[in-house]
Design a protein around this ligand. Sequence first.
Ligand code: GAP
Length: 475
Amino acid sequence: MSEVKLEDIVSLCKRRGFIFQGSEIYGGLAGTWDYGPLGVQLKKNIMNLWWKTFVDDREDMFGVDAAILMNQKVWQASGHVDTFTDPVVECSNCKGRFRADHIKGDKCPNCGKDNTLGEPTQFNMMFKTPVGPTWGSAEASDNKIVTGKIEVKTPEGELTQTFNIKEDRPDRNSVMVYDKNSISYLRPETAQGIFTNFKNVVDTFYPDLPFGIAQQGKAFRNEISPRDFIFRSREFEQMEIEYFVNPDTWEEAFETWIKDVESFLSQLGLPKDKISQLEVPESDRAHYSKRTIDFEYEFPIGKEELLGLAYRTDFDLKNIERVAGKNMEYRLKDGSAAFVPHVIEPSFGLERAIMAVLSAAYTEDEVNGEKRTYLKLPNHLAPVKVAVSPLLKNKPELVARAREVYSTLKKEFGNVMWDDNGNIGKRYRRQDEIGTPYCVVIDFDTLEDNTVTIRNRDTTEQERHGIDGLSQKLV
Ligand code: GAP
Protein backbone atom coordinates (compact mmCIF):
# COMPACT_ATOMS: atom_id res chain seq x y z
CA MET A 1 0.00 0.00 0.00
CA SER A 2 1.32 3.44 -0.94
CA GLU A 3 1.98 6.00 1.83
CA VAL A 4 0.28 8.75 -0.17
CA LYS A 5 -3.31 9.22 1.00
CA LEU A 6 -6.16 9.61 -1.47
CA GLU A 7 -7.46 12.64 0.50
CA ASP A 8 -4.14 14.43 -0.08
CA ILE A 9 -4.43 13.98 -3.83
CA VAL A 10 -8.11 14.95 -3.93
CA SER A 11 -7.43 18.03 -1.86
CA LEU A 12 -4.44 19.14 -3.97
CA CYS A 13 -6.44 18.59 -7.16
CA LYS A 14 -9.26 20.80 -5.92
CA ARG A 15 -7.07 23.44 -4.26
CA ARG A 16 -4.81 23.91 -7.27
CA GLY A 17 -7.31 23.63 -10.11
CA PHE A 18 -6.70 20.14 -11.44
CA ILE A 19 -9.99 18.30 -10.86
CA PHE A 20 -13.36 19.36 -9.39
CA GLN A 21 -16.54 17.46 -8.57
CA GLY A 22 -18.86 17.57 -11.62
CA SER A 23 -21.78 20.05 -11.28
CA GLU A 24 -20.55 20.89 -7.76
CA ILE A 25 -22.37 24.22 -7.74
CA TYR A 26 -25.71 22.35 -7.92
CA GLY A 27 -24.75 19.74 -5.33
CA GLY A 28 -22.75 17.52 -7.69
CA LEU A 29 -23.55 14.53 -9.86
CA ALA A 30 -22.03 11.31 -8.54
CA GLY A 31 -19.37 9.72 -10.72
CA THR A 32 -18.65 12.83 -12.81
CA TRP A 33 -15.59 15.08 -12.64
CA ASP A 34 -14.59 18.36 -14.24
CA TYR A 35 -11.02 19.12 -15.21
CA GLY A 36 -9.68 22.59 -14.42
CA PRO A 37 -6.87 24.40 -16.28
CA LEU A 38 -4.06 22.26 -14.86
CA GLY A 39 -6.02 18.99 -14.97
CA VAL A 40 -6.92 19.36 -18.61
CA GLN A 41 -3.29 20.08 -19.49
CA LEU A 42 -2.09 17.00 -17.57
CA LYS A 43 -4.78 14.92 -19.26
CA LYS A 44 -3.79 16.18 -22.72
CA ASN A 45 -0.11 15.56 -22.01
CA ILE A 46 -0.87 11.92 -21.19
CA MET A 47 -3.18 11.50 -24.17
CA ASN A 48 -0.64 13.09 -26.54
CA LEU A 49 2.16 10.94 -25.18
CA TRP A 50 0.02 7.84 -25.72
CA TRP A 51 -0.89 8.92 -29.27
CA LYS A 52 2.73 9.73 -30.12
CA THR A 53 3.99 6.42 -28.69
CA PHE A 54 1.37 4.14 -30.19
CA VAL A 55 0.28 5.94 -33.37
CA ASP A 56 2.69 8.65 -34.60
CA ASP A 57 5.92 6.79 -33.84
CA ARG A 58 4.76 3.52 -35.45
CA GLU A 59 4.15 2.48 -39.02
CA ASP A 60 1.54 -0.17 -38.27
CA MET A 61 -1.07 2.00 -36.54
CA PHE A 62 -4.06 4.00 -37.78
CA GLY A 63 -6.13 6.46 -35.75
CA VAL A 64 -9.90 6.92 -35.80
CA ASP A 65 -12.41 9.07 -33.94
CA ALA A 66 -15.81 7.41 -34.16
CA ALA A 67 -19.16 8.82 -33.03
CA ILE A 68 -20.09 8.14 -29.41
CA LEU A 69 -23.70 7.36 -30.33
CA MET A 70 -23.87 4.22 -32.43
CA ASN A 71 -26.56 2.06 -33.99
CA GLN A 72 -28.12 -0.12 -31.27
CA LYS A 73 -27.17 -3.21 -33.29
CA VAL A 74 -23.52 -2.56 -32.39
CA TRP A 75 -24.28 -3.24 -28.73
CA GLN A 76 -26.63 -6.12 -29.45
CA ALA A 77 -23.99 -7.81 -31.63
CA SER A 78 -21.15 -7.15 -29.16
CA GLY A 79 -23.07 -8.81 -26.32
CA HIS A 80 -23.23 -5.62 -24.21
CA VAL A 81 -27.05 -5.46 -24.25
CA ASP A 82 -27.27 -8.94 -22.74
CA THR A 83 -24.17 -9.27 -20.61
CA PHE A 84 -22.68 -5.89 -19.68
CA THR A 85 -24.13 -6.10 -16.19
CA ASP A 86 -23.13 -5.87 -12.55
CA PRO A 87 -25.10 -7.43 -9.68
CA VAL A 88 -27.14 -4.95 -7.65
CA VAL A 89 -28.87 -5.34 -4.25
CA GLU A 90 -31.45 -3.05 -2.66
CA CYS A 91 -31.83 -2.34 1.04
CA SER A 92 -35.45 -2.77 2.16
CA ASN A 93 -34.94 -0.17 4.91
CA CYS A 94 -33.22 2.84 3.26
CA LYS A 95 -33.90 1.85 -0.39
CA GLY A 96 -30.18 2.33 -1.16
CA ARG A 97 -28.91 0.25 -4.09
CA PHE A 98 -25.38 -1.18 -4.02
CA ARG A 99 -23.08 -3.32 -6.10
CA ALA A 100 -23.51 -6.79 -4.57
CA ASP A 101 -19.93 -7.96 -5.11
CA HIS A 102 -18.53 -4.89 -3.29
CA ILE A 103 -20.44 -5.59 -0.08
CA LYS A 104 -18.90 -7.58 2.75
CA GLY A 105 -21.35 -9.28 5.14
CA ASP A 106 -25.10 -8.63 5.56
CA LYS A 107 -25.00 -5.03 6.74
CA CYS A 108 -26.37 -2.23 4.56
CA PRO A 109 -23.42 0.11 3.83
CA ASN A 110 -25.75 3.13 3.95
CA CYS A 111 -28.11 2.74 6.95
CA GLY A 112 -26.08 0.06 8.75
CA LYS A 113 -29.09 -2.29 9.31
CA ASP A 114 -28.45 -6.03 9.30
CA ASN A 115 -30.14 -8.45 6.88
CA THR A 116 -32.03 -5.83 4.89
CA LEU A 117 -30.31 -6.46 1.57
CA GLY A 118 -32.42 -8.35 -0.97
CA GLU A 119 -31.38 -10.88 -3.59
CA PRO A 120 -28.97 -9.56 -6.25
CA THR A 121 -30.39 -8.75 -9.67
CA GLN A 122 -28.37 -7.99 -12.82
CA PHE A 123 -28.15 -4.30 -13.71
CA ASN A 124 -27.07 -3.26 -17.22
CA MET A 125 -24.49 -0.50 -17.00
CA MET A 126 -25.09 1.15 -20.36
CA PHE A 127 -26.71 4.60 -20.42
CA LYS A 128 -29.70 4.31 -22.72
CA THR A 129 -31.16 7.20 -24.69
CA PRO A 130 -33.75 7.63 -27.42
CA VAL A 131 -32.34 9.31 -30.52
CA GLY A 132 -34.70 11.87 -32.03
CA PRO A 133 -37.96 13.16 -30.48
CA THR A 134 -39.70 10.95 -27.95
CA TRP A 135 -43.44 10.33 -28.11
CA GLY A 136 -44.09 11.50 -24.57
CA SER A 137 -42.75 11.64 -21.07
CA ALA A 138 -43.91 12.52 -17.60
CA GLU A 139 -42.68 12.65 -14.03
CA ALA A 140 -44.22 10.52 -11.30
CA SER A 141 -45.17 13.59 -9.31
CA ASP A 142 -47.65 14.35 -12.08
CA ASN A 143 -51.04 13.05 -10.94
CA LYS A 144 -51.69 11.34 -14.24
CA ILE A 145 -48.65 9.21 -13.69
CA VAL A 146 -49.27 8.08 -10.13
CA THR A 147 -52.36 6.35 -11.50
CA GLY A 148 -49.98 4.34 -13.68
CA LYS A 149 -51.06 5.66 -17.06
CA ILE A 150 -49.66 8.04 -19.61
CA GLU A 151 -51.48 9.26 -22.66
CA VAL A 152 -49.28 10.11 -25.62
CA LYS A 153 -49.51 10.82 -29.30
CA THR A 154 -47.51 8.40 -31.42
CA PRO A 155 -47.16 8.53 -35.22
CA GLU A 156 -49.87 5.83 -35.25
CA GLY A 157 -52.28 7.95 -33.18
CA GLU A 158 -53.32 8.23 -29.52
CA LEU A 159 -51.82 5.69 -27.13
CA THR A 160 -52.49 4.99 -23.50
CA GLN A 161 -49.44 3.44 -21.94
CA THR A 162 -49.61 1.74 -18.56
CA PHE A 163 -46.56 1.03 -16.52
CA ASN A 164 -45.41 -0.28 -13.15
CA ILE A 165 -44.59 2.38 -10.67
CA LYS A 166 -43.36 1.72 -7.17
CA GLU A 167 -46.02 3.22 -4.96
CA ASP A 168 -43.65 3.67 -2.06
CA ARG A 169 -41.30 5.92 -4.08
CA PRO A 170 -43.45 7.79 -6.63
CA ASP A 171 -41.06 10.75 -6.38
CA ARG A 172 -38.29 8.66 -7.87
CA ASN A 173 -40.10 7.60 -11.02
CA SER A 174 -40.69 8.99 -14.43
CA VAL A 175 -41.71 7.44 -17.72
CA MET A 176 -40.75 8.09 -21.28
CA VAL A 177 -42.48 6.62 -24.29
CA TYR A 178 -40.43 6.16 -27.41
CA ASP A 179 -40.02 3.97 -30.44
CA LYS A 180 -37.74 1.14 -29.29
CA ASN A 181 -35.90 1.22 -32.61
CA SER A 182 -34.74 4.75 -31.75
CA ILE A 183 -32.72 3.56 -28.76
CA SER A 184 -29.00 4.15 -28.63
CA TYR A 185 -26.47 3.92 -25.82
CA LEU A 186 -23.64 6.11 -24.68
CA ARG A 187 -20.73 3.85 -25.60
CA PRO A 188 -19.37 1.86 -22.64
CA GLU A 189 -16.07 1.25 -24.49
CA THR A 190 -14.37 3.00 -27.40
CA ALA A 191 -13.43 -0.40 -28.89
CA GLN A 192 -16.65 -0.89 -30.89
CA GLY A 193 -16.03 2.31 -32.87
CA ILE A 194 -12.80 0.66 -33.98
CA PHE A 195 -14.36 -2.65 -35.01
CA THR A 196 -17.09 -0.90 -36.98
CA ASN A 197 -14.38 1.00 -38.89
CA PHE A 198 -12.13 -2.01 -39.52
CA LYS A 199 -13.40 -2.44 -43.08
CA ASN A 200 -13.21 1.30 -43.80
CA VAL A 201 -9.54 1.39 -42.80
CA VAL A 202 -8.70 -1.79 -44.75
CA ASP A 203 -10.50 -0.55 -47.88
CA THR A 204 -8.91 2.91 -47.79
CA PHE A 205 -5.37 2.18 -46.54
CA TYR A 206 -4.72 -1.49 -47.52
CA PRO A 207 -2.52 -2.06 -44.45
CA ASP A 208 -0.27 -5.10 -44.10
CA LEU A 209 -1.22 -7.48 -41.30
CA PRO A 210 -0.52 -7.12 -38.39
CA PHE A 211 -1.79 -3.57 -37.93
CA GLY A 212 -3.67 -1.66 -35.28
CA ILE A 213 -6.44 0.90 -35.08
CA ALA A 214 -6.32 3.34 -32.17
CA GLN A 215 -8.94 5.55 -30.64
CA GLN A 216 -9.15 7.89 -27.66
CA GLY A 217 -12.38 9.25 -26.28
CA LYS A 218 -15.15 9.28 -23.74
CA ALA A 219 -16.78 6.11 -22.45
CA PHE A 220 -19.78 5.95 -20.12
CA ARG A 221 -20.83 3.36 -17.58
CA ASN A 222 -23.74 3.70 -15.21
CA GLU A 223 -21.64 2.37 -12.31
CA ILE A 224 -23.79 1.27 -9.37
CA SER A 225 -21.33 2.73 -6.88
CA PRO A 226 -18.88 5.21 -8.39
CA ARG A 227 -16.08 5.66 -5.86
CA ASP A 228 -12.51 6.54 -5.01
CA PHE A 229 -12.29 9.92 -6.71
CA ILE A 230 -11.86 9.48 -10.49
CA PHE A 231 -10.98 5.77 -10.18
CA ARG A 232 -14.50 4.51 -10.82
CA SER A 233 -16.45 7.20 -12.67
CA ARG A 234 -19.59 7.14 -14.76
CA GLU A 235 -18.01 9.22 -17.50
CA PHE A 236 -14.36 8.64 -18.28
CA GLU A 237 -11.87 8.53 -21.08
CA GLN A 238 -10.37 5.46 -22.74
CA MET A 239 -7.35 5.06 -25.00
CA GLU A 240 -7.75 1.78 -26.86
CA ILE A 241 -6.05 -0.16 -29.62
CA GLU A 242 -7.39 -3.13 -31.52
CA TYR A 243 -4.34 -4.85 -32.98
CA PHE A 244 -5.33 -7.19 -35.83
CA VAL A 245 -3.17 -10.28 -36.28
CA ASN A 246 -3.04 -13.57 -38.11
CA PRO A 247 -4.67 -16.05 -35.65
CA ASP A 248 -1.52 -18.21 -35.71
CA THR A 249 0.59 -15.39 -34.28
CA TRP A 250 -1.61 -14.03 -31.49
CA GLU A 251 0.57 -15.39 -28.66
CA GLU A 252 3.68 -13.71 -30.02
CA ALA A 253 1.81 -10.42 -30.52
CA PHE A 254 0.41 -10.64 -26.98
CA GLU A 255 3.94 -10.97 -25.51
CA THR A 256 5.15 -7.98 -27.57
CA TRP A 257 2.22 -5.93 -26.30
CA ILE A 258 3.11 -6.72 -22.69
CA LYS A 259 6.54 -5.14 -23.33
CA ASP A 260 5.01 -2.14 -25.17
CA VAL A 261 2.62 -1.48 -22.29
CA GLU A 262 5.46 -1.75 -19.74
CA SER A 263 7.50 0.73 -21.70
CA PHE A 264 4.60 3.23 -21.85
CA LEU A 265 4.04 2.94 -18.08
CA SER A 266 7.67 3.80 -17.48
CA GLN A 267 7.23 6.92 -19.67
CA LEU A 268 4.42 7.89 -17.27
CA GLY A 269 7.00 7.85 -14.48
CA LEU A 270 5.33 4.98 -12.59
CA PRO A 271 7.77 3.06 -10.40
CA LYS A 272 8.20 -0.54 -11.58
CA ASP A 273 7.79 -1.98 -8.10
CA LYS A 274 4.25 -0.57 -7.86
CA ILE A 275 3.08 -2.25 -11.06
CA SER A 276 2.09 -5.90 -11.24
CA GLN A 277 0.44 -8.14 -13.81
CA LEU A 278 -2.54 -10.30 -12.96
CA GLU A 279 -3.35 -13.23 -15.24
CA VAL A 280 -7.15 -13.00 -15.07
CA PRO A 281 -8.80 -16.42 -14.53
CA GLU A 282 -11.39 -17.51 -17.07
CA SER A 283 -14.27 -17.04 -14.61
CA ASP A 284 -13.39 -13.33 -14.22
CA ARG A 285 -12.65 -12.53 -17.86
CA ALA A 286 -14.98 -10.43 -20.02
CA HIS A 287 -17.30 -12.45 -22.25
CA TYR A 288 -15.13 -11.79 -25.33
CA SER A 289 -11.70 -12.64 -23.95
CA LYS A 290 -9.62 -15.84 -24.19
CA ARG A 291 -6.73 -14.32 -22.25
CA THR A 292 -6.52 -11.13 -20.18
CA ILE A 293 -3.73 -9.57 -18.17
CA ASP A 294 -4.72 -6.76 -15.83
CA PHE A 295 -1.89 -4.33 -15.20
CA GLU A 296 -2.39 -3.37 -11.59
CA TYR A 297 -0.98 -0.40 -9.71
CA GLU A 298 -0.53 0.26 -6.01
CA PHE A 299 -2.88 3.22 -5.79
CA PRO A 300 -3.44 4.99 -2.44
CA ILE A 301 -6.67 2.90 -2.25
CA GLY A 302 -4.68 -0.34 -2.61
CA LYS A 303 -3.68 -2.53 -5.54
CA GLU A 304 -6.22 -2.10 -8.34
CA GLU A 305 -6.59 -2.44 -12.11
CA LEU A 306 -4.87 0.30 -14.09
CA LEU A 307 -5.46 -1.11 -17.58
CA GLY A 308 -6.25 -4.34 -19.37
CA LEU A 309 -4.60 -6.32 -22.15
CA ALA A 310 -6.96 -8.83 -23.74
CA TYR A 311 -6.95 -11.39 -26.53
CA ARG A 312 -10.40 -10.77 -28.04
CA THR A 313 -10.02 -13.45 -30.75
CA ASP A 314 -12.25 -12.80 -33.80
CA PHE A 315 -15.26 -12.36 -31.49
CA ASP A 316 -16.15 -8.84 -32.57
CA LEU A 317 -15.47 -9.05 -36.31
CA LYS A 318 -17.41 -12.34 -36.46
CA ASN A 319 -20.31 -10.69 -34.62
CA ILE A 320 -20.38 -7.95 -37.25
CA GLU A 321 -20.45 -10.63 -39.97
CA ARG A 322 -23.32 -12.37 -38.17
CA VAL A 323 -25.47 -9.31 -37.46
CA ALA A 324 -24.59 -6.87 -40.27
CA GLY A 325 -24.10 -9.60 -42.88
CA LYS A 326 -20.83 -8.02 -44.09
CA ASN A 327 -17.67 -9.97 -44.92
CA MET A 328 -14.92 -9.05 -42.45
CA GLU A 329 -12.20 -11.19 -43.97
CA TYR A 330 -8.75 -9.81 -44.61
CA ARG A 331 -7.09 -11.04 -47.80
CA LEU A 332 -3.29 -11.45 -47.68
CA LYS A 333 -1.56 -9.29 -50.26
CA ASP A 334 -0.13 -12.30 -52.12
CA GLY A 335 -3.69 -13.63 -52.39
CA SER A 336 -2.73 -16.89 -50.63
CA ALA A 337 -5.44 -16.74 -47.95
CA ALA A 338 -8.37 -14.79 -46.61
CA PHE A 339 -9.48 -14.98 -42.97
CA VAL A 340 -11.06 -12.95 -40.19
CA PRO A 341 -8.14 -11.49 -38.19
CA HIS A 342 -7.84 -11.99 -34.45
CA VAL A 343 -7.37 -9.11 -32.05
CA ILE A 344 -5.09 -8.11 -29.19
CA GLU A 345 -6.55 -5.20 -27.25
CA PRO A 346 -4.52 -2.94 -24.93
CA SER A 347 -7.18 -0.85 -23.18
CA PHE A 348 -6.00 2.13 -21.12
CA GLY A 349 -8.24 4.16 -18.83
CA LEU A 350 -7.10 7.77 -18.73
CA GLU A 351 -8.52 8.60 -15.29
CA ARG A 352 -6.67 5.67 -13.74
CA ALA A 353 -3.47 6.74 -15.50
CA ILE A 354 -3.92 10.27 -14.09
CA MET A 355 -4.53 8.88 -10.61
CA ALA A 356 -1.43 6.67 -10.84
CA VAL A 357 0.72 9.53 -12.19
CA LEU A 358 -0.44 11.88 -9.41
CA SER A 359 0.09 9.28 -6.68
CA ALA A 360 3.57 8.46 -7.98
CA ALA A 361 4.48 12.15 -8.19
CA TYR A 362 3.05 13.32 -4.84
CA THR A 363 6.03 13.99 -2.55
CA GLU A 364 6.54 15.65 0.80
CA ASP A 365 9.93 16.78 2.11
CA GLU A 366 11.48 19.52 4.20
CA VAL A 367 13.36 22.51 2.85
CA ASN A 368 15.13 24.77 5.38
CA GLY A 369 13.07 23.23 8.16
CA GLU A 370 9.79 23.91 6.36
CA LYS A 371 7.43 21.20 5.11
CA ARG A 372 7.05 21.19 1.34
CA THR A 373 4.60 19.32 -0.93
CA TYR A 374 5.52 18.90 -4.54
CA LEU A 375 4.57 16.87 -7.60
CA LYS A 376 7.63 15.13 -8.96
CA LEU A 377 6.04 14.75 -12.40
CA PRO A 378 8.12 13.71 -15.40
CA ASN A 379 8.94 17.00 -17.18
CA HIS A 380 7.04 15.95 -20.31
CA LEU A 381 3.81 15.53 -18.31
CA ALA A 382 3.96 18.65 -16.13
CA PRO A 383 0.98 20.94 -16.87
CA VAL A 384 3.22 24.00 -16.58
CA LYS A 385 6.65 23.55 -18.09
CA VAL A 386 8.22 26.69 -16.69
CA ALA A 387 7.11 29.65 -14.56
CA VAL A 388 8.62 33.07 -15.23
CA SER A 389 8.83 35.82 -12.56
CA PRO A 390 10.33 39.24 -12.07
CA LEU A 391 12.07 39.23 -8.67
CA LEU A 392 10.03 42.28 -7.67
CA LYS A 393 6.76 43.14 -9.33
CA ASN A 394 6.99 46.86 -8.51
CA LYS A 395 10.19 47.40 -10.53
CA PRO A 396 9.09 48.20 -14.10
CA GLU A 397 12.52 47.47 -15.61
CA LEU A 398 12.47 43.92 -14.14
CA VAL A 399 8.87 43.35 -15.19
CA ALA A 400 9.57 44.50 -18.77
CA ARG A 401 12.58 42.18 -19.14
CA ALA A 402 10.69 39.29 -17.52
CA ARG A 403 7.78 39.83 -19.93
CA GLU A 404 10.17 39.49 -22.87
CA VAL A 405 11.58 36.23 -21.52
CA TYR A 406 8.06 34.99 -20.82
CA SER A 407 6.87 35.72 -24.38
CA THR A 408 9.87 33.96 -25.93
CA LEU A 409 9.41 30.84 -23.79
CA LYS A 410 5.64 30.85 -24.27
CA LYS A 411 6.08 30.86 -28.05
CA GLU A 412 8.48 27.96 -27.70
CA PHE A 413 6.66 25.75 -25.18
CA GLY A 414 3.06 27.00 -24.88
CA ASN A 415 2.46 25.91 -21.30
CA VAL A 416 4.47 28.65 -19.57
CA MET A 417 3.05 30.55 -16.59
CA TRP A 418 3.57 34.17 -15.55
CA ASP A 419 3.83 34.29 -11.76
CA ASP A 420 4.47 37.51 -9.86
CA ASN A 421 2.26 36.94 -6.83
CA GLY A 422 3.72 37.08 -3.32
CA ASN A 423 7.39 36.73 -2.50
CA ILE A 424 9.74 34.46 -4.42
CA GLY A 425 9.66 31.71 -1.77
CA LYS A 426 5.87 31.52 -1.98
CA ARG A 427 6.01 31.38 -5.77
CA TYR A 428 8.43 28.44 -5.62
CA ARG A 429 6.12 26.55 -3.21
CA ARG A 430 3.12 27.20 -5.43
CA GLN A 431 4.91 25.99 -8.54
CA ASP A 432 6.31 22.96 -6.67
CA GLU A 433 2.80 21.95 -5.66
CA ILE A 434 1.60 21.85 -9.28
CA GLY A 435 4.74 20.09 -10.47
CA THR A 436 6.41 22.90 -12.50
CA PRO A 437 9.94 21.61 -13.19
CA TYR A 438 11.59 25.03 -13.56
CA CYS A 439 11.12 28.57 -12.29
CA VAL A 440 12.98 31.30 -14.15
CA VAL A 441 13.57 34.54 -12.22
CA ILE A 442 14.63 37.87 -13.70
CA ASP A 443 16.57 40.04 -11.20
CA PHE A 444 18.87 43.07 -11.18
CA ASP A 445 21.83 40.99 -12.42
CA THR A 446 19.80 40.13 -15.50
CA LEU A 447 19.82 43.79 -16.50
CA GLU A 448 23.62 43.79 -16.22
CA ASP A 449 24.69 40.44 -17.66
CA ASN A 450 21.64 39.02 -19.46
CA THR A 451 21.49 35.94 -17.22
CA VAL A 452 18.54 34.56 -15.21
CA THR A 453 18.15 32.21 -12.27
CA ILE A 454 16.77 28.76 -13.07
CA ARG A 455 15.43 27.01 -10.01
CA ASN A 456 14.98 23.22 -10.14
CA ARG A 457 11.80 21.78 -8.55
CA ASP A 458 13.26 18.51 -7.29
CA THR A 459 16.65 19.64 -5.97
CA THR A 460 15.53 23.23 -5.17
CA GLU A 461 18.97 24.24 -6.48
CA GLN A 462 19.41 27.44 -8.44
CA GLU A 463 21.82 28.15 -11.25
CA ARG A 464 22.44 31.14 -13.48
CA HIS A 465 22.07 30.79 -17.19
CA GLY A 466 22.22 33.18 -20.14
CA ILE A 467 18.93 34.24 -21.72
CA ASP A 468 20.47 33.15 -25.01
CA GLY A 469 20.00 29.39 -25.22
CA LEU A 470 17.50 29.35 -22.35
CA SER A 471 14.86 27.32 -24.23
CA GLN A 472 17.40 24.62 -25.15
CA LYS A 473 18.43 24.42 -21.50
CA LEU A 474 14.80 23.87 -20.42
CA VAL A 475 13.87 21.23 -23.02
N1 GAP B 1 -12.56 -2.46 -24.36
C1 GAP B 1 -12.21 -3.20 -23.22
C2 GAP B 1 -12.63 -2.56 -21.98
O1 GAP B 1 -13.34 -1.57 -21.98
P1 GAP B 1 -12.41 -2.72 -19.38
O2 GAP B 1 -11.48 -3.56 -18.55
O3 GAP B 1 -13.86 -2.82 -19.07
O4 GAP B 1 -12.12 -3.16 -20.88
C3 GAP B 1 -10.67 -0.83 -19.75
O5 GAP B 1 -11.95 -1.23 -19.33
C4 GAP B 1 -10.09 0.21 -18.84
O6 GAP B 1 -10.99 1.33 -18.75
C5 GAP B 1 -9.90 -0.24 -17.39
O7 GAP B 1 -8.69 -0.95 -17.22
C6 GAP B 1 -9.87 1.09 -16.67
O8 GAP B 1 -8.60 1.70 -16.80
C7 GAP B 1 -10.86 1.92 -17.46
N2 GAP B 1 -12.18 1.94 -16.80
C8 GAP B 1 -13.15 1.01 -16.88
N3 GAP B 1 -14.22 1.36 -16.14
C9 GAP B 1 -13.92 2.57 -15.59
C10 GAP B 1 -14.61 3.47 -14.73
N4 GAP B 1 -15.86 3.25 -14.32
N5 GAP B 1 -13.99 4.63 -14.35
C11 GAP B 1 -12.73 4.91 -14.79
N6 GAP B 1 -12.03 4.08 -15.59
C12 GAP B 1 -12.61 2.94 -16.00
